[in-house]
Design a protein around this ligand. Structure first.
Ligand code: MOS
Length: 726
């Protein structure tokens, strides 16, 4: 019986709920010193003087690092703020570091440091920055991409929608803050770092300190949420290593919650002008999607909001344009479904507006413009079952009972709104390695240098290895988050399952092959002399398929051979013919809102979504990923907003009390289903990624439902009651 695809409970669940899972800040390294970052209080300018006298006199302070005395780092570059110069590019940028015997001394001393500045005029006005905006790229894909003739397509259109959609800056807010424990032994650096990219940290720290990659060992065994903000190496990780080297002892640095707002990324603000042209029968003749998004003045990060527009609908004339607007804020970064979450909001609200202009059902409009090939490259999809998602989700939701007129549905005194949208996310895959071992104690080990950022990686690795080895999952131990294991891509871009599982499967096949080869050549084995193809392993027992000659536990075989593990390793890469295809996941989401007609409070009692993500390897952890994504979508639609004080670039709600995220009471019933359509063109397990697609489309489905309830089209997220009152 295969364990793949079953709802196996999270194998690390017990460790987590009993507090035994060790997060990066939780390692009891002997002689550990604590470091605290002092952040700038201006957004732009330079430091003229730092007065550390009072701070230095605090008991238990070991050292204070500032641009005046910090060691010069051979690999330093402007994108990180590691005390190499006096320049200030954003508010809360690290400008000094206190290292002390304990946290309280470090915090107190940090509060006594006086930093004097010379201000320079900051760039904080997003709209004023448009004339100086410039093109960018996202993951090596061009920001600007067009086909056909959009002007001609719009001239041909009988119906048009031309609107501006805006989304705010958002912050990831994982429960676990960024944290690093750094330790040097000579030229060798060991880090416990809260990261979704251990090999990225390893490479970057080696470059930063001018040492060989081999001299950096990074561990990230458990990650308390990441969502993109732990995908790249930020200043604090380097500062922790710098401090440890400077004081010649291990140092722990944990960001305080307010420090999570600025120095470690955010989802950038976007302005998206969307122009749709269609015939009276609803056929799209043109789409123009022009995005302005902010970046920092020290590094480009492009929010690729128009990327989903390149893949969603059949349309002969499409233009997608992105412009970066540099501001004196911390560099934005990938945040759950980067680009796609914000872009599907604009595109899918635009489609709803078009449906109303046409007097057509919004689902029908999607079906009229359905595409079975990539609309730009004309390549086939590796697998696409979106039509089935629409039908099934509409059915489960009861969409046919909807009356289209805004305000036409009620529940008691409340306005009822039903809205829908399409979901999509690219299917990514990259080279990954894994190792699998049969152990003399009767268990097996599967390890890969990937990370489990709460997704269920430990669990599905266990399942795939157990399945291939012929062992119960209870006898398989998975390990991740350590650069001593074979390299895997960063846990991001919904790519880990699709990348790592083929490597796990291949490594397990290699281990099994090696074990069987040992058995058939061992004269004491019941399968001695058999053809390896005739040998099977079931529940850890080696036998012929026919069971002739009996069976023995693999541990007995190992015992006769020095009691050593038998191992298999493998590296898996995307198939060579993958570029013949377009590879994306899709889904359909339907949302119900209840709106108080007087107070304009919005509730979301239920959401129904059906996903097409290839094969789901674990229906329990998979469902949890989808639900998490949808909760984020509800949050995008109704809650999250970062307030930047445009006078000083200070974030006014840099804490979990004022930065709104949904709580349990904000979330109603979420009904998720995945279509079982294995994508064998994508990888041998048929799986695509699932971590991000849930947030996409959700914002639009809710915005569309609110329009249906109220007749009010809010094109500026989040949709708060004040925007519905006016
Ligand atoms: Mo993600 S935003 O690719 O962690």
């Amino acid at each position: 019986m295969s364990t793949i695809g079953t709802p196996l409970t999270r194998v690390d669940g017990r460790l987590k709920v009993t507090g035994h899972a060790q997060y990066s800040a939780e390692f009891n390294v002997p002689n550990l010193a604590r470091a605290v970052i002092v952040g700038s209080t201006i957004p732009s300018g330079c430091i003229t003087r730092i007065d550390v006298d009072r701070a230095e006199r605090v008991a238990d302070v070991i050292a204070i690092l500032t641009p005046d005395n910090a060691p010069k780092l051979p690999g330093a570059e402007r994108r990180v703020s590691v005390l190499q110069d006096n320049q200030v590019y954003y508010n809360r940028q690290p400008v000094a570091l206190v290292i002390a015997e304990n946290l309280h001394a470090a915090q107190y001393a940090a509060s006594l440091i006086e930093v004097h500045y010379q201000d320079a005029p900051p760039k904080l006005d997003f709209l004023a920055g448009f004339p100086n905006s410039y093109p960018g790229s996202h993951n090596n894909e061009p920001g600007d991409l067009s086909w056909g003739d959009v002007d001609a397509g719009l001239a041909q259109a009988e119906i048009k929608v031309d609107q501006l959609y805006t989304t705010p800056i958002e912050h990831h807010n994982p429960m676990e803050p960024h944290a690093t424990i750094a330790q040097w032994e000579g030229d060798h650096l060991t880090l416990h770092d809260a990261t979704q990219n251990i090999f990225g940290v390893k490479k970057y720290l080696a470059k930063m300190f001018g040492i060989s990659d081999d001299n950096v060992h990074v561990m990230s065994l458990f990650v308390g949420g990441a969502f993109g903000c732990k995908g790249q190496t930020w200043s604090h990780t380097i500062l922790a290593a710098m401090a440890a080297k400077h004081v010649n002892r291990p140092v722990k640095l944990v960001l305080e919650r307010p420090q999570m707002f600025g120095p470690v990324g955010a989802r950038p603000r976007t302005h998206q002008r969307l122009t749709l042209g269609a015939t009276r029968s609803g056929k799209l003749t043109a789409i123009r999607h022009e995005v302005h998004a902010h970046t920092s003045v020290i590094e480009d990060y492009l929010e690729s909001s128009a990327f989903p527009t390149r893949v969603m609908y059949a349309c002969p004339n499409v233009s997608t344009i992105h412009r970066l607007v540099p501001l004196n804020l911390g560099t934005p970064t990938y945040m759950r479904a980067p680009g796609v979450a914000t872009g599907t909001y604009a595109l899918e609200v635009g489609m709803d507006e078009l449906a109303y202009e046409l007097g057509m059902d919004p689902l029908q409009l999607r079906l009229v413009n359905y595409t079975d090939v990539d609309p730009h490259t004309k390549k086939p999809f590796t697998e696409k079952s979106l039509r089935e998602c629409y039908t099934r989700a509409a059915d489960r939701f009861g969409w046919s009972k909807r009356t289209p007129a805004p305000g036409s549905m009620r529940k008691g005194s409340l306005l009822v709104g039903w809205g829908m949208a399409t979901e999509t996310y690219p299917a990514n895959r990259n080279v990954a390695g894994a190792v699998v071992r049969f152990l003399p104690n009767g268990r097996a080990l599967v390890a890969s240098g990937t990370e489990d950022i709460g997704t269920g990686m430990y669990t599905i690795m266990t399942q795939v290895a157990a399945d291939t080895l012929g062992l119960s999952p209870a006898l398989v131990d998975a390990k991740v988050g350590d650069t001593i294991f074979p390299q895997a891509p960063l846990a991001a871009g919904s790519m880990s399952t699709a990348s790592v599982m083929p490597a796990v499967q291949a490594a397990a096949i290699a281990a099994r092959t090696n074990l069987i080869a040992l058995a058939v050549s061992d004269s004491s084995s019941p399968v001695y002399g058999a053809s390896p193809n005739d040998v099977i392993i079931t529940n850890g027992k080696i036998s012929r398929k026919t069971l002739a000659g009996g069976a023995e536990d693999f541990t007995e075989l190992l015992l006769r051979h020095g009691n050593q593990p038998v191992e298999g390793t493998a590296k898996a890469a995307p198939p060579e013919d993958l570029n013949q295809y377009s590879h994306h996941s899709f889904g359909a989401i339907f949302a119900e809102v209840l709106v108080d007609p007087d107070l304009r409070m919005v509730r979301v009692p239920r959401v129904v979504a059906v996903f097409d993500v290839g094969k789901l390897l674990n229906t329990k952890t998979g469902r949890s990923q989808f639900i998490g994504g949808i909760v984020w979508g509800i949050s995008l639609a109704l809650h999250e907003d970062t307030y930047v004080d445009e006078r000083n670039g200070r974030i006014a709600n840099a804490n979990l009390a004022d930065y709104r995220v949904p709580v349990n009471a904000d979330i109603g019933d979420i009904d998720v289903t995945a279509i079982d359509a294995p994508d064998m063109n994508f990888n041998p397990l048929g799986a695509r990624g699932i971590g991000e697609i849930g947030i996409t489309g959700t914002g639009a489905a809710i915005a569309n439902a609110i329009f249906h309830a109220t007749g009010k089209r809010v094109r500026d997220l989040p949709i708060t009651p004040d925007k519905l009152l006016t």
